[in-house]
Design a protein around this ligand. Structure first.
Ligand SMILES: Cc1ncc(COP(=O)(O)O)c(C=O)c1O
Length: 379
């Protein structure tokens, strides 16, 4: 199946009991057994739920993987991956990524004896230099949140294979419509399904997709043992979101391109971070591994003060000032005080995330309205 048909039909069959075309929301905590141990494959809803099963099958299909697992949030999915490790194990992660991932690594897992190295993944030598006998996982986000840096997934997969480490790619910003990391050699794809997969800013959820059966068993064991499972209503919402992923992403990409160029030509804008510009340092790799450049971007102002950034952030009307991204409506965000506030300031600034950086999640409204809104706010 081609992408569009895949997104609409992935994982879903008409309900066998009624023929309902939409997967029912199985709002149940348990399942009746005819005799001890005799059941229809469903025992207790933390371990199995039919709505979640339909979603997990769909996640596998859209990421070209064999197995999908859904979690109660994106960070819960990340948490499950790190729980594959043991004290003494080491992780190499990008130095530019979602602040909540950084917080989970530094504030939760470091104290359990897992060591994290943060490197600029644009230069592969930095990854090679950080590898040692304890390296068990390479974690990368591409494009990154919020600086839209690009990592060469195929090249990093070659490094991880050489050193018997797993490679997990956070594919939240690209979505499966633009990029499929498993096809490029990654072992696990992670999503904050809260974002483009759900697509309507009405659900918090996470996902993992993989090909290896043993890895699936380990991650399923963590999912049911730790219990960060999504409810059936939320699974239904993400299943519904996936059905329009391709249509929404096409518009996110079209609007994103127009807004990135508008910002770049604006007299008050200093720098625009968007991977579709030919002079973006990751452009060639993005072109190779992505099918479009998406609607996520960040920018700085020539009057590079937090005060000026605050003025712009508080002056838009269509772009809502809010955390999150990937919904149909456009959002504007101040990473330093919002999504990335958990990263210490020196660390942020060292990696280019300045106090005045503004991040946009370009929605699917009429682009002329979005441009007018930004133009008035930037002044
Ligand atoms: C790139 C990325 N990864 C992971 C997450 C965490 O996902 P969630 O908020 O669903 O827990 C986010 C949230 O913003 C994100 O942007």
């Amino acid at each position: 199946m081609r992408a569009g048909s895949k997104y609409i039909h992935a994982g879903t069959e008409p309900d066998p009991s009624t023929g309902a075309i939409m997967t029912p929301i199985y709002q149940t905590s348990t399942y009746v057994q005819s005799a001890p141990g005799q059941h229809k494959g469903y025992e207790y809803a933390r371990s199995q739920n039919p709505t979640r099963k339909a979603l997990e099958d769909a996640l596998a299909v859209i990421e070209n993987g064999k197995y999908g697992l859904a979690f109660s949030s994106g960070v819960a999915a990340t948490d499950a991956v790190i729980k594959l490790l043991a004290p003494g194990d080491e992780v190499i992660a990008g130095n530019d990524m979602y602040g909540g991932t950084y917080r989970l690594f530094t504030k939760v897992f470091e104290k359990f004896g897992i060591k994290f190295h943060y490197v600029d993944m644009h230069d592969l030598a930095n990854i090679e230099n950080a590898v040692n006998a304890n390296t068990k996982l390479i974690w990368t986000e591409t494009p990154t949140n919020p600086l839209i840096n690009i990592t060469d997934i195929e090249a990093v997969a070659a490094i991880s294979k050489k050193h018997n480490a797993l490679l997990c790619v956070d594919n939240t910003f690209a979505s499966p419509y633009l990029q499929n990391p498993l096809d490029l050699g990654a072992d696990i794809v992670m999503h904050s399904s809260t974002k483009y997969l759900g697509g309507h800013s009405d659900v918090i959820q996470g996902a993992l997709v993989m090909n290896d059966a043993d890895l699936r068993e380990k991650l399923y064991f963590i999912q049911k043992s730790c219990g960060a499972v999504p409810g059936p209503m939320d699974c239904f919402l993400v299943l519904r979101g996936i059905k329009t992923l391709h249509v929404r992403m096409q518009r996110h990409c079209e609007n994103g391109e127009k807004i990135a160029h508008f910002l770049r030509n604006h007299a008050a804008v200093a720098h625009v971070y968007w991977c579709g510009f030919e002079d973006h340092p990751g452009y060639a790799i993005a072109k190779k591994q992505m099918r479009g450049f998406g609607g996520m971007m960040s920018f700085t102002l020539k009057d590079d003060s937090a005060k000026n950034a605050t003025r712009v952030l508080s002056s838009t009307h269509l772009f809502a000032l809010a955390e999150s991204l990937g919904g149909v409506e456009s959002l504007i965000n101040h990473p330093a005080s919002m999504t990335h506030a958990s990263i210490p300031r020196e660390e942020r600034i060292k990696n280019g995330l300045t106090d005045s950086l503004i991040r946009l999640s370009v929605g699917i409204e009429d682009v002329e309205d979005l441009i007018e809104d930004l133009n008035k706010a930037i002044g």
